[in-house]
Structures are given as structure tokens and as C-alpha cells.
Write a protein that binds this ligand. Structure first.
Ligand code: EPZ
Length: 419
């Protein structure tokens, strides 16, 4: 039986808890190491299953990955020994698709399994492939694999049909080593995209406009190594802040960048949560009962889809009706059925959920389904009366570093059990 989390709810969290480095910035940073034969050192890698998965993939491609005494991870790909990202790895983590662009740029060849869907949606990569074609690659799909070839990538003007975070990152990495100038219009503006641009620039790339919807990249022939400190994980930070709010606690979350979370902080204040925001920390005090509010997810700087399940859990205890509209993924309400088992009253209709707040959740045995849905169940368990047992907690380990240890450190009665 895989591990599960046992939570005794109803305890207000108090004290100080630190945020780890961002999963969704660490993954592209690791992939970027493929672009050069020199070492890339990530100073503060988070201890996450997804990071381990990508590290294993990089090793299969020829990388030497070493954990340094100071905790940093050193990745060096002196020679690419394979250009194939196999299905067994890609199917466990779709972010593996981030090796496509760097492999194409470095070796001119890439064979990457199509990621396939996941719990929250089909999640195609057509925009990535369309962009690579514009950069001069030949792309074909054969037996579930993307076969990409390019003798030399040439800069191009690319306008994506929709905002795609890893699509923007993949194209930016390929363009950094292409001949000439590339402009990406309708680019994702997420902080993780800007963080990757910062690393690529440290490696010698010439990039303007990262963080805006128009990024201009001047390709260079030989990218070098770099040392890089990854930005804090804004979604882990948001999750911890909601934990302080939903337990009526008084919690200080440190080591975050509040400017990466402004939509979430604004929404929480709308719900009556008290926030004292400083340069790298937020003190959160939860209301006796949250006020209802409405949320529509959208690309950065809008309300992040990765915080939708967590804020819906808070809405579930509000004194009134809230509405959540999920515009990014087509099936990101997997947490609703499990929250209902804890007493939440939520009606979904397509992309919209209507939440009728209740006064309390009841602890119950529940099952995690995807990364952020499992975070929502932890939050509900922390607030619930009685015992909650969350199974399939491996979903949580993909994106949260020792969450139960962090929460126990600020008063939660939570522990990991192997039965
Ligand atoms: C990134 O996924 C994040 N993952 C996701 O975080 C996050 O939810 C998502 O961005 C949106 O912010 C990483 O950065 C590793 P998209 P990504 O391409 O890049 C559609 C988490 O919990 N689309 O921005 O895969 C797609 O189906 C994860 O940490 C196409 O149609 O998301 C989705 O509906 C979950 N064609 C929408 O666009 C494409 O070629 C946004 O996807 C690409 C995307």
C-alpha cells in the first residue's frame, strides 16, 4: 500500500514556515543544461519527485548529475549520448517534453514520446511543435513519438495560438541556440519563464522581453555554463498561506516573492483573510469564517490555475455562495468529489463550480488524484473536525517538499503512514 497522510484537523497553524524553490522553474532550468557541454549548477534544488524524474531522464541522455556538498545540483552534458526521451519516463511526467527544444538545438535530433494526457486534461503539445517547425525543424509523429530533426535552427517570428508556459520555455531554449533572431508573440508571462530567461542569459543567450507577451531572442553559437538560484515556489507559498487562513491560524510564510502571487493575495483579502506582506514573507491570519468570492483562472498575472483547488477548499467554508471558473484545463475539478465526501457542497457545470459554504468539514478517508487536488485535500483535512486519511500521496510528493514535515512544524497534527 503506498503511503498515506493522517491528519487530525481543527488546529490553528502558528509560527514560521519556509517555501522551497519552484518546481516549475527548476524543471526548465535542468533541461537548459542540455544546451551546453559546460556545467550548469542549480544552487537550491527542491526535493521533489518530478525533479528526480527529470534528473533521471537527463542522465539517460548523457548528463552527469552530482549532488554537491553545499546542496547544489551540478548537471553537465559533455556529450549527448541519446536523443530519445522514452515513453515510460515521459508518461510519468509531461514536463519531460522540455528536453525537446534543447536536444534539437544541441544535436539536431530529438525523439520524445508524446506526453499523453493526464488527470487534468489532454494537454497537447501542438504549439511546441508548430514553433519548432517555424524554427526550421522537420517534425513527424510516429507510433506515439515526436521525431524532430533540424540541421540548423533559424530564428523566426512565432505567434502561439494560446498562452503555453512550457511551450514558451521550449521555444525560448531552442531559439537561444538558433541562427538569427526569434520573436515569440503571445508568450507566457509566468515568473518561471522569466527565471529561465535569467538562466539562459547567464549562459550567454541574448533575450529581451521575458515576462511580457513578446520575447525577442538573439541566438548564439555556443552557450556556456552558469550557476543559478531558482525562484521560490509561488504555488507552494500560496498553498501554505491558505493553510494558515483555513485553520484560523497566525502563520508567517517566508522565502517567497509576493509579487508572484498578487492575484492570490488579493483574492484572499477579499475573503477576509488578514495579510501582512513584506519583501520576502507574508504573515497570514485567518478569519473566523471566510467571506465568499468568485475566481476565474487565467495565465499570469491572473489567478493561477495551480491555486484553484486550494482556494476552492477555502470557499467551501465561506458564509455564502462562491463561483470558480477554470479556463486553462478542461478537467481540473477532480478535488470536488473528494471535498464533497468531507461535507463540501459544490455543484459543477462544465468549467464552472458553484460552492455553497458550510460551517465545517468532517474528516474522512479521501484519495488524491492529481498534484494540486491532493494539496486541497490536505487543506480540508487541516480544517476538518476529526481524522482525515489521504491515500495516493505520491501525487503530493511530485510538487511539495516534505509538506507534512513543514505543516507539523507549525502545529499541524499530520503524519505520513505506510500501511
Ligand atoms: C505548466 O504546464 C505548468 N507545469 C502547470 O503546472 C500549470 O498548470 C500550467 O503551466 C498552466 O499554468 C510546468 O510548468 C512544468 P500550458 P503546461 O502549456 O506548460 C493547452 C503543476 O501543478 N495547450 O501553459 O503543460 C493545454 O492543454 C502543473 O505544477 C495546448 O492546447 O501548461 C492547457 O489547456 C500542472 N497546446 C493550456 O494550453 C499546447 O501545445 C495551458 O497549458 C500547449 C498547451
Amino acid at each position: 500500500m503506498p503511503a498515506r497522510l493522517e491528519i487530525e484537523g481543527g488546529i490553528p497553524l502558528s509560527g514560521t514556515v519556509a517555501v522551497s524553490a519552484a518546481k516549475n522553474a527548476t524543471l526548465p532550468a535542468l533541461a537548459a543544461a542540455l544546451l551546453t557541454a559546460r556545467p550548469v549548477v542549480i544552487e537550491n534544488p527542491p526535493g521533489l519527485a518530478d525533479v528526480t524524474t527529470l534528473t533521471r531522464l537527463l542522465e539517460r541522455l548523457g548528463a552527469t548529475v552530482t549532488r554537491q556538498a553545499d546542496g547544489a545540483t551540478r548537471v553537465q552534458v559533455e556529450r549527448v549520448t541519446s536523443s530519445e526521451a522514452p515513453y515510460d519516463l515521459v508518461s510519468t511526467m509531461r514536463a519531460s517534453v522540455l528536453v525537446l527544444g534543447p536536444l534539437l538545438a544541441r544535436t539536431g535530433v530529438a525523439r520524445v514520446a508524446l506526453p499523453g494526457g493526464c488527470a487534468i486534461g489532454v494537454r497537447p503539445i501542438d504549439q511546441h511543435l508548430k514553433g519548432f517547425k517555424k524554427l526550421g525543424a522537420d517534425i513527424s509523429i510516429e507510433r506515439g513519438y515526436v521525431e524532430a530533426r533540424a540541421s540548423r535552427l533559424k530564428g523566426a517570428r512565432i505567434t502561439t495560438d494560446l498562452v503555453t508556459v512550457t511551450g514558451t520555455e521550449n521555444l525560448m531554449m531552442a531559439a537561444a541556440a538558433a541562427e538569427g533572431t526569434t520573436v515569440i508573440e503571445n508568450a507566457a508571462r509566468e515568473p518561471e519563464v522569466s527565471d529561465l530567461a535569467r538562466l539562459l542569459s547567464a549562459m550567454g543567450a541574448r533575450i529581451d522581453g521575458a515576462g511580457t507577451s513578446r520575447i525577442e531572442i538573439e541566438g548564439v553559437a555556443d552557450l556556456g555554463g552558469a550557476r543559478h538560484r531558482v525562484i521560490p515556489d509561488r504555488i507552494e507559498a500560496g498553498t501554505l498561506i491558505v493553510a494558515g487562513a483555513i485553520t484560523r491560524g497566525d502563520l508567517t510564510v517566508t522565502g517567497l516573492a509576493p509579487e508572484h502571487l498578487s492575484a492570490v493575495l488579493a483574492k484572499l483579502e477579499e475573503c477576509g483573510v488578514t495579510l501582512d506582506v513584506a519583501a520576502d514573507r507574508v504573515r497570514v491570519r485567518g478569519p473566523e469564517r471566510p467571506r465568499p468570492a468568485d475566481v476565474i483562472t487565467s495565465p499570469f498575472p491572473g489567478f493561477p490555475t495551480d491555486m484553484q483547488a486550494q482556494v476552492m477548499t477555502l470557499f467551501g467554508l465561506a458564509d455564502g455562495l462562491s463561483r470558480v471558473t477554470e479556463t486553462i484545463f478542461e478537467n481540473r475539478f477532480m478535488h470536488v468529489a473528494e471535498l464533497a465526501r468531507m461535507g463540501a457542497r459544490i455543484e459543477t457545470d462544465g468549467a464552472t463550480a458553484v460552492i455553497r459554504g458550510v460551517s465545517a468539514y468532517q474528516g474522512a478517508p479521501v484519495m488524491a488524484s492529481d498534484l494540486r487536488a491532493s494539496a486541497a485535500l490536505v487543506l480540508a483535512g487541516l480544517a476538518a473536525r476529526g481524522q482525515t486519511s489521504i491515500s495516493r500521496v505520491y501525487h503530493l510528493d511530485r510538487g511539495y517538499e516534505r509538506l507534512e514535515v513543514k505543516l507539523a512544524g507549525v502545529g499541524a497534527r499530520i503524519e505520513r503512514k505506510r500501511s
